[in-house]
Write a protein that binds this ligand. Structure first.
Ligand code: ATP
Ligand code: MG
Length: 366
């Protein structure tokens, strides 16, 4: 799959801009704060309906404008297709079209254009907090499995209501009457999430181990370990078994949840760890090992998505190459011989000969 062109209206610092892209490497060059990451955000959003940086949809609408419009033509599934999103600055729900036909949710455009984003923070993802790792996994899984995306959305919605119940019960004990209903649903949907994650992380770990082995000259054995709620003995178990395990954990934390007014139990606390030849990376890994392992994970994610859909996802490298030493840069570049890639950087330096260069200045192509 490849993005042929994009048209942005009132998106971030872009007022009105149409940009055509190369089917191979697109080098997006410009000084700081000119709109390079904004362009990658638009590309990512076009395909997934998700932003990797905005907390609220309205943030993506240009200051002072009422709505933003992102439109692009994509060559995938053996034909030219169009995607279009309109995002509003207020509370009005966003709108979506595929090939000119209005659609309801992001799941309706699944598979048209998948993206894999790689940014400098990802290089340290194995050292940082669990939420960064969950985000990485969720972003990939949501694109791979629309049903996972729907389950995750529902889980988060129930979790929000439960948090409110836990906060309100001191003032208004009657709200506790509806808590069991939400707890039950949380366990049911939570079990689904665990089931999807177990399979995804198994595949991701195997693929990343292959990359890491090439990268480290076969010296290190990369093992990814998915960690979920402690009462889940086997995350591959049937969903009913997972539901029972989640309920057991929930019951043992019932009092603690009421006392702390926090949702202490469930897969919203999931994590994964990586060890290299048996040594835990988070605790003991060097900076170089951590970066190499993170690159292996990202390349693995791209490979999994390619295998699933039969098409190469669009790779977005935000400032990441310039963060790497030449050896690692070459490894990454050698792995992306095929497919479409967007690379942002301030100083093109040694990358200029790669493909099309697009210079951005204050939300305009120079
Ligand atoms: P760097 O090299 O520092 O990463 P960049 O080119 O990637 O820079 P972006 O993050 O794409 O920069 O763009 C940042 C600019 O976009 C900032 O100047 C910011 O004020 C502006 N911006 C962000 N959101 C909006 C918005 N909703 N409306 C108008 N401008 C915005
Ligand atoms: Mg940037």
């Amino acid at each position: 799959m490849r993005l042929c062109d994009i048209t942005l209206r009132d998106f971030r610092n872009y007022e009105c801009q149409q940009i055509a892209f190369d089917p191979g490497v697109n080098l997006i060059v410009g000084d700081n704060a000119q709109g390079k990451t904004n362009l990658l955000e638009a590309i990512c959003y076009l395909g997934s309906g998700k932003s990797f940086r905005a907390q609220k949809t309205g943030e993506m609408v240009r200051f002072g404008a009422d709505f933003a419009d992102i439109e692009g033509s994509v060559f995938s599934q053996e034909r030219l297709q169009t995607l279009r999103w309109v995002l509003f600055s207020g509370s009005r729900p966003r709108q979506l079209w595929k090939n000119g036909v209005k659609k309801k949710t992001a799941a309706d455009i699944s598979g048209v254009m998948s993206t894999v984003l790689f940014c400098p923070e990802d290089l340290m993802v194995l050292k940082s907090g669990a939420s960064a790792r969950r985000r990485l996994g969720d972003h990939a899984l949501c694109q791979l499995r629309p049903n996972y995306d729907a389950a995750l959305t529902e889980y988060n919605r129930i979790l929000e209501i439960k948090s409110k119940i836990l906060k309100d019960h001191f003032e208004n004990p009657a709200v506790l009457e509806i808590l069991p209903e939400y707890n039950t649903r949380l366990c049911q949907v939570g079990a689904l999430l665990i089931s999807y994650r177990a399979r995804f992380y198994e595949g991701l770990g195997k693929e990343a181990a292959r990359y890491h082995q090439q990268f480290s000259g076969g010296a290190e054995e990369f093992v990814l370990d998915y960690k979920t709620v402690s009462t889940v003995a086997d995350p591959f178990a049937p969903v009913d078994t997972l539901v029972a395990a989640l309920q057991e954990h929930l019951e043992s934390h019932y009092r603690a949840e009421l006392e702390t007014a926090q949702c202490l139990t469930g897969p919203h606390k999931d994590d994964f760890s990586v060890s290299l030849s048996g040594i835990d990376l988070k605790a003991y890994g060097s900076q170089g090992q951590t970066r190499t392992a993170a690159i292996s994970l990202k390349l693995a994610q791209r490979e999994l998505m390619k295998r699933e859909s039969g098409e190469e996802p669009v790779l977005l490298l935000d400032d990441v190459l310039s963060e790497l030493d030449p050896g690692r840069q070459d490894f990454v570049l050698n792995q992306i011989v095929s497919g479409q890639v967007f690379i942002t950087c301030c100083e093109p330096g040694r990358f200029t000969k790669l493909g099309k260069t697009i210079e951005i200045e204050k939300g305009n192509v120079k």
